[in-house]
Design a protein around this ligand. Sequence first.
Ligand SMILES: Cc1cc2nc3c(=O)[nH]c(=O)nc-3n(C[C@H](O)[C@H](O)[C@H](O)COP(=O)(O)OP(=O)(O)OC[C@H]3O[C@@H](n4cnc5c(N)ncnc54)[C@H](O)[C@@H]3O)c2cc1C
Length: 343
Amino acid sequence: MEAKLGLASAQELYRLSSQAVDLVRQRASTHNSVYGALPAGIVRNSWFDDSYRVKAGIDYMNQRFNTALEYWPRERVRETYLSPRYHDAVFNPNGYQIHSLNYANDCAVAAEQLGAVMHEQSPVRRLAKSGERHRVITADGEVTADNVVFCCSGYIGWLNHRLSWATLPIGTYVLLTEPLGDKLATAIRAPYAASDDRRIDNYYRPLPDTRLLWGGGMSISRRPANLAERMLEDLFGVYPQLHGIRAESAWAGTMGYARHRMPQIGRMAPGIWYNQGHGGHGLNTTTLGGELVAKAIAEDDRGYQAFAPFGLDFAGGPAGLVAAQLVYWSWKLRDLWDARRGA
Ligand SMILES: Cc1cc2nc3c(=O)[nH]c(=O)nc-3n(C[C@H](O)[C@H](O)[C@H](O)COP(=O)(O)OP(=O)(O)OC[C@H]3O[C@@H](n4cnc5c(N)ncnc54)[C@H](O)[C@@H]3O)c2cc1C
């Protein structure tokens, strides 16, 4: 980012994304989307035996981007995350966990209280011009609007060809285990959300009732066969001592990626906006994009132009599944290669 845009612009983008982290936390805490008892903090365990690189990364972020990242030596990691895969770690005291479904529902209720009208189960089939306005057409009805914001991300299909071609839909998967009781502490002895530093990482957290929410994997497959079994195998690869536990459920979600791996936020034509491509980022940039586009529409604010350097590059679109799978395999190979050479 710094090489592409210069330090000041990179810092500004980082500041915006951090602001959105705070905004999500604030919104979550005014509703019931927080797990009240869970302390703040996210741990990123290092898969690679290279403490120099981990420390240098922390120094770089703290000095240039005003973060407060902390270094966890491997002794500390071995006491809290008992995996033979991990070395040292980065602790981010400003990370936090929310109940994402409650959060989405709470946001919907808050929006309705402010006058928004929700239409569910009504996929948009197409858009058409109506003078200066836009008709949003579904199977059973339509809405005429001054402004339309596309935020369909990895689920966009062929709704808008320009956005569709700029989107790489990539599946990622979540497993929910049965309650693990005392067995949880044989593997995980910290209440934080955790991940690792591979390109294709695992992201997980123990829930207060000792179930483990385990995420990971990326592929073009939206409904892989035997997903629960495969996710359990993935989990046992990190925590072999948990062999024998069972899955409660498993599911897949699709994220939209841009080829440049930055969010795509902007205006395509008068009254036509987009906010997509948040794969690899998360709720913070998604929220940031919403704020920027809303401010642009309501106040003619130009803040969204900070994302102009990251345009709608051709990414293969929904038809580019082969390209997406190749990207996924290449990331996986690079993770393996880096792990073998220890960096
Ligand atoms: C398994 C998984 C785990 C994740 N974990 C985290 C995490 O721990 N932390 C984090 O910050 N982020 C996480 N994310 C990422 C986060 O979910 C995304 O950043 C966020 O959901 C992106 O929001 P979005 O609105 O851009 O797209 P989406 O949430 O994908 O929403 C797109 C919406 O558009 C709708 N849509 C599509 N086409 C049409 C149409 N034609 N008409 C009407 N509606 C349409 C879809 O139904 C969908 O509801 C995770 C994602 C996945 C899949």
